[in-house]
Design a protein around this ligand. Structure first.
Ligand SMILES: O=C(O)CCC(=O)C(=O)O
Ligand SMILES: [Fe+2]
Length: 335
């Protein structure tokens, strides 16, 4: 007989939830009640977001909690139709911090505090809970979230870090029809690869460098500059996890390099994609899936793609030793 857990696992968790008009109203009302300053009082802000989130519509709770428990076929949960409020012009870089004041960011905070706990990183947006993710002219061809003209290669967010986020939350104020957010799940990799290659992916055969942008002020990392050896696929066959970074990871054997290339080939053939549109919040499962983004062509005129990003952890206590002043931001030396 199928156990209750197996029955749940075999259910397809819907990866998309479209808010009804009533749900939109209820969500906007809750977001408007969140008055605190997320940068000045991050902990109190998160407490208030958590409390407000208790009154989110039942379907939103259900979608968030099922996604947290089981993941989804695409490695993402899209909640769409979220009221936007006033939308500021797209800033030219991520130093103005205009996204955090929007209604959408407050909804994002409630979703994050319902799914887990908001967490921030000193090396990402100076440790603020929300980062403005916009195409910046100077970073157009880099492998960073401010890039645009080149493809953002396949990666786990902070593949190198023991304190990596469990979810990435992307709240879209302004979209770009060419910017496709790609995902590939560990389950998809397992389904499209040979048993022999899958066995290789489960071995500790890869070293991962730390993204240099995490070295704030030239400090040393407590865990050193290179991490590993680590496997790419781990965990239960029925619910596998994946860690991957096209740019920062290196195999230690020719077999490891070949298996790595096969993952990339599967990605190019089988990846899922979503084009973010205004009012979308896309949650990306950073354990069960890896992600990337297509190139797009910004005009740098205040009307470009504008996504407010935040991070979610399942376990806030785990990073207690590393968070600055016991706030929400992990110090860069602990990256
Ligand atoms: O721009 C996107 O859609 C995704 C960018 C990304 O990799 C991230 O925000 O972690
Ligand atoms: Fe990313």
């Amino acid at each position: 007989m199928q156990s209750l857990v197996e029955k749940h696992q075999s259910q397809v968790v819907p990866g998309v939830l479209t808010l009804t008009l009533a749900e939109q109203r209820q969500t906007a009302l809750l977001a408007r009640s969140l008055h605190l300053d997320p940068t000045g009082q991050p902990e109190l802000y998160c407490v208030a977001a958590r409390r407000a989130a208790q009154q989110l519509p039942e379907r939103v709770h259900h979608a968030l909690h099922s996604f947290g428990r089981w993941g989804s076929d695409t490695g993402t949960l899209l909640i769409e139709g979220i009221p936007l409020g006033r939308i500021p012009a797209t800033p030219e870089d991520n130093k103005q911090h205009v996204g955090e004041a929007t209604l959408l960011a407050r909804v994002q905070a409630m979703f994050g505090e319902s799914l887990g706990h908001l967490i921030a990183y000193e090396a990402e947006g100076s440790g603020r809970l929300f980062q403005d993710m916009v195409p910046a002219r100077a970073a157009a061809r880099t492998q960073t979230s401010l890039s645009s003209l080149t493809e953002l290669e396949l990666h786990t967010e902070q593949a190198f870090s023991a304190l990596k986020p469990d979810y990435i939350s992307l709240a879209c104020l302004r979209g770009d029809p060419d910017a496709r957010t790609y995902t590939l799940t560990a389950k998809q990799v397992s389904a499209h690869i040979s048993g022999a290659d899958l066995a290789v992916l489960r071995e500790r055969l890869w070293m991962t460098g730390v993204d240099e942008s995490f070295r704030v002020g030239g400090q040393q990392f407590d865990d050193g500059d290179v991490r590993g050896p680590m496997p790419i696929i781990s965990g239960a066959a029925g619910d596998p996890y994946i860690v991957f970074d096209q740019d920062l990871m290196a195999g230690r054997t020719p077999e490891a390099d070949a298996a790595f290339e096969r993952v990339l080939r599967i990605y190019r053939t089988h990846r899922n994609h979503h084009v973010l549109k205004p009012g979308d919040i896309l949650l990306v499962d950073n354990n069960r899936a890896v992600h990337g983004r297509s190139p797009f062509h910004p005009r740098f005129d205040g009307g470009d793609r504008f996504v407010v990003r935040s991070f979610v952890t399942n376990d806030l206590a785990k990073s207690r030793y590393a968070r600055l002043d016991n706030g929400r931001a992990v110090g860069s030396r602990y990256s």
